[in-house]
Design a protein around this ligand. Sequence first.
Ligand SMILES: *Cc1c(COP(=O)(O)O)cnc(C)c1O
Length: 612
Amino acid sequence: MVDYGIKFWSNDDFIIEDGVVKVNFKSKPALIDIVKEVRESGYRGPLLIRFPHLIDNQITKIFDAFETSISEYGYTGEFKAVFPLKVNQMPNFVLPLVELSRDRIYGLEAGSKSELIVAMAYTNMKSPITVNGFKDREMISLGFIAANMGHNITLTIEGLNELKTIIEVASEMCEPYPNIGLRIRLHSVGTGIWAKSGGINSKFGLTSTELLEAMKMLEKSKLLHKFTMIHFHIGSQISDISPLKKAIREVGNIYAELRKMGASNLKAVNIGGGLAVEYTQHENQNCKNYTLNEFSSNVVFSLKEIASNKKEPEPDIFIESGRFISASHAVLVTPVLELFSQEYDEAALHLKDSNPPLIAELHEIYNTINEKNAIEFLHDSLDNMESLLTLFDLGYIDLQDRSNTEVLVHLIIKKVIKLLKYKNHNEILKIQKSVQERYLLNCSFFQSLPDYWGLKQHFPVMPLNRLERRPTRAASLWDITCDSDGEISFDPQMPLFLHDVDVSKEEYFLGFFLVGAYQEVLGMRHNLFTHPTEFSVIFDDDSNKGYEISNLLEAQTIVDVLDDLDYDTKDIERILKQHIEDSNLDSESKKIVLGKLYVMLSENGYLRTIMR
Ligand SMILES: *Cc1c(COP(=O)(O)O)cnc(C)c1O
């Protein structure tokens, strides 16, 4: 069985059973059944499905791992966490997250004024808020307001000017003040495509010299007692654990040194985010070389060792994991609208009474190819195709001949793949690249998988059903934007095979997994495709299916999208109506056309029907 590497990336959150992908929880519904249920209510485009139980799952995992390491080493500091809002600010993610972590010390991290407002409104009062990123006077004042409200908030300083502003604001505002954190500019750097946040040249943090200066400023303004946390973040998706170990040793020693210099309320080390997600679908292509337990154990052990060597108390450990917490909770399901070369069946072949010799040869190959000669004949036919295309360019064969060439070569390839189904995988792989099938998906990669577009980040993808059947077509995936970057092409290093389906007879859906981190807000409205229709699946033992669909939010309508761009949509409607009025249609037709137009304006822009 081809399992699309589900054992590598799914952590048993999803499983394959009876030929379909199932959610591995409680009643174990099949994704395809959930999708069909929602589509029956008329939602035809791409669907973003959220599984709040998977948010809970990840929070539990991270707390369990750290709490286990803490008790194993007899560590005396506490473990606390915040979710960095920049990773996913959508209300249908954030609100369940806050609700599910009510019993833990789990707060929110904000990097902008808008995010801070969300954090101030929704963080449980006993849980922490941290604020990172560049801050102006207004944002700092907002932090003071949060503290006045009773929030346990820490403003992390990225540079000395921010500290100056805090000192000024403190002289104007009343207590309680927010706590102050200092972000350290580490010598250590992470690895991978997101490793820019660490290192001496990183965008953020204070150098040793600036730290000393900050200590003086805090002391002088009598705010040293508010300095409670040091912070670092070596970049997202840490693939290799050794730079993290180095960073922990660096930051642990800085912690101890600052305490010795009089920062007696410095009690927490915030290790930022970066815990990686395993996205790979293929053997030996892992994205990370450590487990969560190894990660937590390293952090706890190193900090314990440093504290003990330097005779300082063991600090509380803060983590700001975003990707690890949110990636798994969302799945994007896209209907396949069309397979581009499926029409090349025998009916498409229109041989002439007398054909050019190379075409006659192709036809002969098609009729006589068998398991033994398959590869050899295939190579011959690919050579013939090259020659025939050249002949066409030179004007020696006509368009019908060219079409017959295309059709015959495709038929031959399909036959070869069928003949060699169970053999010689490497050879087939090579051939497949030249005969990819193009699957047109009803979605926009720019909107829903922007990290694929921008960084070539791979997301696990697989069909939701037919999994008991062997997929035979090397697939490249096209989205419906009219941009040629909207393509995930076939990559022999990590090949994707899909089924040969006739989508006019049978629906076929692909699921993209682990899309819950970063993709939603980074997504852009290229071609004016919007955030897809989304909903949450809530497991409920009392319902007869075992789950309920809730928080359904339809993709924005065409009118709303244009309105967001500040078009005057009333004006657009008026102009379009006038155009119809002024046309040569009779009055009955005018009414019908106008009616159709209004319906379309009130729907979202994704495609609603299959193309044939
Ligand atoms: C982005 C960011 C995070 C989250 O990183 P993940 O890799 O998603 O865990 C945490 N802390 C800071 C300061 C960040 O900028």
